[in-house]
Unconditional design. Structure first.
Length: 176
């Protein structure tokens, strides 16, 4: 059972602009067409847990980017568009309740996505692994990847890979 983060951030630690836009990510040159290990990561997970803001961003993409089941944490959303029925489910449950339900359904390796969602999982010490790709851009302000925590958390560095376009991807595993 593993809860994993796979996300990009700016040099100054933001995952999106103040208004939630991530279009700055598509401005990164990618001459080799690399997916930076994303497809391998997706093949290692059973389901995705994301927050409402992240869901609203990807919901409006030209096509739905996930083949795995998506669970959307939201207290305000009430329905999923018809085109996403069976692909995404809204949950108002607490994280422990949601995780218990997901585990009973056989979802063991989860992709945790979205700033507030990642922060909520961290606050409950529910993140096992983080792969963070740092993009060589300063946004100046925006939505931070990390927030304040009630306790220090330790992670062990697993590996770092740099790419010709300046991206640096590092993976960390929670220390035991």
């Amino acid at each position: 059972m593993k809860n994993s983060v796979y996300i990009a951030q700016s040099l100054d630690g933001y995952i999106a602009t103040v208004d939630g836009k991530i279009d700055w990510l598509s401005e990164i040159p990618n001459p080799n067409g690399s997916d930076y290990g994303y497809n391998a990561f997706l093949s290692s997970i059973d389901a995705i847990v994301m927050g409402r803001h992240t869901y609203e961003t990807v919901r409006d993409f030209e096509s739905w980017p996930y083949e795995k089941p998506v669970f959307v944490l939201s207290r305000t959303l009430h329905s999923i568009p018809k085109r996403l029925k069976g692909k995404a489910t809204i949950s108002k449950a607490t994280l422990p309740t949601l995780l218990s339900s997901m585990h009973r359904k056989g979802y063991r390796n989860l992709y945790i996505d979205g700033g507030k969602t990642i922060q909520s999982f961290l606050e409950l010490d529910l993140i096992d692994e983080m792969t963070i790709t740092t993009v060589p851009v300063l946004l100046g302000k925006g939505i931070p990847l990390f927030g304040s925590l009630n306790q220090m958390m330790r992670f062990k560095h697993e590996r770092t890979q740099s790419f010709d376009n300046g991206l640096v991807m590092s993976t960390y595993r929670k220390s035991e």
